[in-house]
Design a protein around this ligand. Structure first.
Ligand code: URA
Length: 242
């Protein structure tokens, strides 16, 4: 949307409308690289590059998309009032204001998407699109297929029945079972609560895949940018056209 330059500058929080006029008259403002000193010039900061003292203002932020392999001990929030470590500390070079797509518990590790694309984030988290998440849980005890069947059918949690889950016993021994669980819901602490509902304790939990993406090539605590094809795939899953 086109707006007067002094309005764009004041809305960016740099100066009041009056002070913005002074800044323009001083020749400190450029539009598409050209100095503009006349007041009242209109432009669209989302489509044109408007700079004050050489720094872009008011433009739509470039969307960025990262896949992080979250270690234990990091909160999936953008900030924490108690000063605990957050996942954003693992992406120190990212200047955009990004957020995690959903949450992993502090003591859960694995795949977490990080982006500043709010529309995509909402789509991926919306229950309607049934985006699949794959977890591997290390669970105390030797779990029987009959017990796992209960997870497959759905179990009653305090916030209602869970949808049927795809469950595979990966291995078992020394009193520990490794179980793969594929679900499309994203309730708070869902996997831990599902196991708790069948009387089992989760000793460790890792998200291996989310929305068709996995952790291949991304070590613990590391991240990578998504490719354009991957982003396009996410848009499709989230039911939005780009
Ligand atoms: N389920 C859980 O219990 N914890 C997570 O972090 C994710 C899913």
């Amino acid at each position: 949307m086109e707006e007067r330059l002094q309005k764009i500058i004041s809305r960016a929080g740099i100066a009041s409308r009056r002070a913005a006029e002074k800044i323009i008259l001083e020749g400190r403002v450029t539009v598409e690289g050209e100095a503009v000193t006349e007041l009242g010039r209109k432009c669209d900061p989302d489509r044109q590059v408007v700079c004050v003292d050489g720094r872009r203002i008011g433009g739509a932020e470039r969307h960025v998309y990262f896949l992080l392999n979250k270690p234990k001990g990091y909160l999936s929030t953008a900030s924490d009032e108690h000063g605990r470590r957050t996942v954003l500390e693992l992406l120190p070079e990212v200047e955009e204001r990004v957020y995690p797509v959903g949450r992993l518990d502090n003591n859960t590790e694995g795949l977490l998407l990080i982006t500043n694309d709010g529309a995509l984030m909402n789509g991926l988290l919306h229950p309607r699109y049934e985006v699949e998440k794959t977890y591997v849980a290390k669970v105390a005890g030797n779990l029987s297929e009959e017990l796992l069947d209960r997870l497959r059918h759905g179990v009653l949690l305090e916030d209602g029945m869970t949808a049927p889950a795809k469950v595979r016993l990966l291995e078992q021994g020394a009193g520990i079972s490794r179980v793969e669980l594929r679900i499309h819901e994203g309730r708070n602490r869902q996997v831990r609560r599902m196991f708790s509902a069948i009387g089992c304790e989760v000793k460790a939990l890792k998200r291996m895949a989310f929305a068709g993406l996995d952790l291949k090539g991304v070590g613990r605590g590391k991240h990578r940018e998504l490719t354009a094809e991957e982003v396009a795939g996410l848009y499709e899953l989230a039911g939005i056209g780009k």
